[in-house]
Every structure is written in structure tokens, then in C-alpha cells.
Design a protein around this ligand. Structure first.
Ligand SMILES: [Zn+2]
Length: 322
């Protein structure tokens, strides 16, 4: 068993409780779960120093997946000798992030620096691919990889027993949460979003009987079963809403965004989300991303359903964020 982690709020774009990194002080040096994006590296280094940890001394970074908001800053630590533990599918994007960065540049343009910054390359000999069920040990700390696709194909949640009980670092698979509420926000991002696969991942986590979840976006969930139920409901509802909007030939992109926004905001308000929190945490960028993710999923699943050939049609994962 290990001590529970220190949650470092990276104050992403000045917003509290948006993106976290988690610090464990182990017998073999400091270990982070998630590095956050490059754009908040200074905040992470400050948070580590405040916790009495020299950022240069970080022994390892354990990643849930390689989207920029979770892994963008990992390379800085790898360059200083930290070991990076990640799903095998994520390795090549950490070694050579050019494609991922180019994809991010196409989506975000000049705003990329302010949003996430680029992914810094990690030296290949510092990266350790971890299969489903693999265990990463640092002193008394044992982190077990739980393959949990649906948001991204290369997604691991990580399980560890701490003095808070059996804890799961859920990355994006258990969704995000509007601070101060139990209302989930879901990143249904292209090109790998798959609601069926995602539901199976939620069932898997639920079946493991965790005492707490630690959300990267953001913080401790003390009632995993009820939280996961809300995530399931939101996933079904939002996939259905987006599907109807995408299938409506009378709507253009702007019309779909507006209609999606109205429905999302109504649902959030009825769940107790204030206007101020809604404006901060439910933005049009997320809505556009979700329409893209559901659209991509529908295109793929419908074309597969009409083809005898069920071979993979997916390109490599290059979605940079979410
Ligand atoms: Zn993500």
C-alpha cells in the first residue's frame, strides 16, 4: 500500500480544476501519473517545488494516454532521465510526435501554444510500453494497467492501492466533471471514439470495485459506481443527440453546434451546473470536437455494416487532444 497522491492543479489556461497531474513520493523517487500538456509545464514544476520535489528528480511518468493534455510535457521529464510508462500503441507518437503535432497544428492553428503546446519527443530508451494487466513498481507502489479503450484506443487506466483504498486513475475513460458538481463532461473525440467499446471499459472499471476514482479532469470521485452510472447515461444521451444532429440534412455545422450547445446546457443546468461554471467548462470547442468524434464513428461503423470486408479501416491515431 502506498500513501495517497498529491493532486497538482495545473491551472490550465488559468482555470482551476481543469487538468491534474498526480504526485507519488516513492522509495525510488517521485512518480507522476500524467504530465499535463507542455503549456502547463511551468505550473507543474512550481507545483512539484511547492510539494518539496525537485522537478529534475522525477523518476517516472505514468501516462493514461498520449493526448496532448495528458502527456505533452512528458518529454521534458524523459530528457532528464524519467522513465515513461504508456500503452504500447502510444510509444511511436512519443518517440516521434511530428505527426501528432502537425495534426494539432491543423486543428488549433496559432492557438496551439496557448492551448496545449506541442508534444516534446521522448528518448526511445526511456519509454516502457505496458500491456493490459502489466504492473509498474516503484518501491511499495504498484500501478496496474487496465486497458480501457473507447475514448482512445491506446488508453490505460491505472489501479493502485493507497491509504484511500483501491484507487483508479481513470484518465478520460471515466469522463471529466464540472467542479463542485457531479455532472460529467465527455470528450467524444475523433478518430477513435467508440461508444460500445467505451461502455465495455466503464463496465470493466465498475466491476473492479474501486473505492475512489481520480479524474485527470478533475479530482477525487468518492462514489465510483454512481459516477460511472452518470457517465454511462451521459454517453448514451450525448451520442444520440449528436447522431440526430449529424443526420439532420437541414442543419449546417454552425446550426449543429448551436443545437448541441442548447441541449448540453439545458442538461447541465438541470444537474445543478451554474451559468458561470457552464461557460468555463462546456465550451464550443468541446462541442465541435464531439460532433467530429461521433461523425467519424458513424461513418466508420455504418460503412463497416454495409461491407462484407470487415478489415480495419482506421488510420493511425493522431488526434492530439481531449
Ligand atoms: Zn484524451
Amino acid at each position: 500500500m502506498s500513501e495517497s497522491p498529491v493532486t497538482i492543479d495545473l491551472k490550465y489556461r488559468g482555470v482551476p480544476e481543469a487538468v491534474a497531474s498526480f504526485l507519488f513520493r516513492t522509495e525510488e523517487g517521485p512518480v507522476l501519473v500524467e504530465s499535463g500538456p507542455s503549456s502547463t509545464l511551468d505550473a507543474l514544476r512550481t507545483g512539484l517545488a511547492t510539494a518539496g520535489v525537485d522537478p529534475e528528480s522525477v523518476a517516472a511518468v505514468i501516462l493514461t494516454h498520449i493526448h496532448l493534455d495528458h502527456a505533452g510535457a512528458a518529454g521534458w521529464f524523459a530528457d532528464r532521465g524519467a522513465d515513461i510508462h504508456v500503452h504500447p500503441f502510444g510509444v511511436r507518437h512519443l518517440v516521434d510526435p511530428a505527426r501528432l503535432n502537425a495534426s494539432a497544428r491543423r486543428i488549433y492553428g496559432d492557438e496551439l501554444e496557448e492551448l496545449f503546446g506541442e508534444m516534446q519527443a521522448c528518448p526511445e530508451d526511456r519509454i516502457h510500453p505496458v500491456e493490459d494487466g502489466g504492473i509498474v513498481r516503484y518501491g511499495r507502489h504498484r500501478f496496474t494497467a487496465i486497458e480501457t479503450p473507447g475514448h482512445a484506443r491506446h488508453h490505460h487506466a491505472w489501479a493502485i492501492r493507497t491509504d484511500r483504498g483501491h484507487t483508479c486513475f481513470s484518465g478520460d475513460v471515466a469522463g471529466m466533471r464540472v467542479p463542485g458538481t457531479d455532472h460529467p463532461i465527455l470528450p467524444l473525440v475523433p478518430p477513435e471514439f467508440d461508444p460500445t467499446v467505451w461502455n465495455a471499459s466503464l463496465d470493466r472499471i465498475d466491476g473492479m470495485g474501486f473505492d475512489t476514482l481520480e479524474l485527470t479532469h478533475f479530482g477525487t470521485v468518492p462514489d465510483p459506481g454512481r459516477h460511472l452510472e452518470r457517465v454511462r447515461a451521459q454517453l448514451a444521451w450525448e451520442t444520440s443527440v449528436a447522431t440526430h444532429l449529424l443526420d439532420d440534412p437541414g442543419l449546417d455545422h454552425a446550426g449543429r453546434i448551436a443545437a448541441y450547445r442548447t441541449k448540453l446546457h439545458e442538461r447541465a443546468t438541470s444537474a445543478g451546473v451554474t451559468d458561470a461554471a457552464r461557460k468555463t467548462y462546456l465550451d464550443d470547442g468541446g462541442i465541435s470536437m464531439n460532433l467530429g468524434g461521433v461523425g467519424r464513428y458513424l461513418k466508420t461503423s455504418r460503412s463497416e455494416a454495409t461491407r462484407a470486408d470487415l478489415g480495419s479501416t482506421e488510420g493511425p491515431n493522431t488526434n492530439p487532444s481531449g
